[in-house]
Design a protein around this ligand. Structure first.
Ligand code: CO
Length: 211
């Protein structure tokens, strides 16, 4: 059996199991989705949104990329955000990073990963640069790495608040709440690191007043 064939086989077994537990399982799910959460996480195979939060299909709308970045010119991310906030009306957005993130580690080094990876990692280098005082004061390399993972999540949460999509929803819906979390590969535990609410203040320059 080829490796990918195992996935198809497992899929059949999974679907059968679901139907045994609830014969209308797929009928109900196929009808519509109304997830309360948008998850912006890392593509890392060890950080699957549903498994680590013990949630089911239909509960979390998911976007994942290398190092859980929110880049204001990323049409993919912005489409997901717009759909989740304006149409699905999610109540919470979670930016979830993880300790040991390969993308963050790569951005801390000087290796040339070639375009387009250099382009992507550059955004994380900019986070380091923004917080270089604090980061350079940490001598232990592992602790510095962990802290950059946390600060990167914090910056991505702020990036969300700088979008007109979020500001419009905050003004007219008093929603969503935005959470910055970091998952530990070593213990499976998620640590909350920051939170923004519809009444949170953001830097004047990024505010839209006629929204
Ligand atoms: Co990662």
């Amino acid at each position: 059996m080829k490796v990918y064939e195992k996935l198809l086989l497992e899929n059949k077994a999974w679907a059968k199991e679901k139907l045994q537990l609830d014969p209308s399982y797929f009928n109900k799910l196929a009808h519509s989705q109304s997830p309360e959460f948008l998850w912006i996480g890392c593509s890392d195979s060890r950080v699957p949104a549903n498994e680590i939060t013990n949630t089911q299909p239909g509960e979390i709308f998911v976007h994942r990329n290398i190092a859980n970045m929110v880049i204001h010119t990323d049409v993919n991310l912005l489409s997901v955000l717009e759909y989740a906030v304006t149409h699905l009306k999610v109540k919470h957005i979670i930016v979830c990073g993880h300790y040991g993130c390969g993308g963050v580690k790569a951005a801390m080094g000087n290796h040339d990963f070639k375009q387009v990876l250099n382009m992507w990692l550059r955004h994380i280098k900019d986070v380091f640069h923004l917080h270089r005082k604090e980061l350079n004061s940490i001598e232990d390399e592992n602790k510095k790495f962990d802290r950059l993972v946390e600060l990167n999540v914090q910056e991505q949460v702020l990036h969300l608040a700088k979008t007109s999509i979020i500001q419009r929803a905050w003004k007219h819906e008093q929603s969503p709440q935005i959470h910055g979390w970091v998952y530990g590969l070593n213990d499976g535990i998620i640590k909350p690191v920051c939170e923004l609410n519809p009444d949170s203040d953001i830097e004047d320059l990024y505010k839209y007043d006629d929204i």
